[in-house]
Write a protein that binds this ligand. Structure first.
Ligand code: DGP
Length: 115
C-alpha cells in the first residue's frame, strides 16, 4: 500500500462507500465523475502505479482485472448490449490517478475513435 495513494485508501476501506466488488486481490467501485450511466473502476489491491510498472509477476493479476470487469458487466446487465474497458497509461493518455485502474463504461453508445 502506498500511503499517499487515494485508490490504495479505497481498497483498504479507509475512504469511499461500499465497493461494487472486492476480494483479496481486486476492488471495484463507482467512479466519482461518471462518464456513462455505468462507470466502474476495477483496481488491483496491490499498488502498481501504471501499466508501465507492471511486471511479469503481475500477469495473473492483470488477467483478473479483465475477468472481474467482465463479471461485473454481466452482473450490471451490460454483457449483451456491450461495454468498453479503458486503461489510461501516462499523462498523454489522460491518466490522473497513478494506481492501475480499468474503467468499465456502459449503458450508452460509445463513439470511436475515443477522444
Ligand atoms: P484516469 O483519468 O484514467 O486516471 O481516471 C481516474 C478516475 O478516477 C477518474 O475518472 C476519476 C476517478 N476518481 C478520482 N478520485 C476518485 C475518488 O476519490 N473516488 C472515486 N470513486 N473515483 C475517483
Amino acid at each position: 500500500m502506498s500511503n499517499d495513494c487515494i485508490f490504495c485508501k479505497i481498497a483498504a476501506g479507509e475512504i469511499g462507500g461500499p465497493p461494487v466488488y472486492q476480494d483479496e486481490e481486486v476492488t471495484a467501485f463507482r467512479d466519482i465523475n461518471p462518464q456513462a450511466p455505468h462507470h466502474i473502476l476495477v483496481i488491483p489491491n496491490e499498488h502498481i502505479s501504471s501499466l508501465n510498472e507492471a511486471a511479469d509477476g503481475h500477469q495473473a493479476l492483470l488477467g483478473k482485472l479483465l475477468l472481474t470487469a467482465a463479471k461485473i458487466a454481466a452482473d450490471q446487465g451490460l454483457a449483451e448490449t456491450g461495454y468498453r474497458l479503458v486503461l489510461n497509461t501516462g499523462p498523454q493518455a489522460g491518466q490522473t490517478v497513478f494506481h492501475i485502474h480499468l474503467h468499465l463504461l456502459g449503458g450508452r453508445r460509445m463513439a470511436w475513435p475515443p477522444g
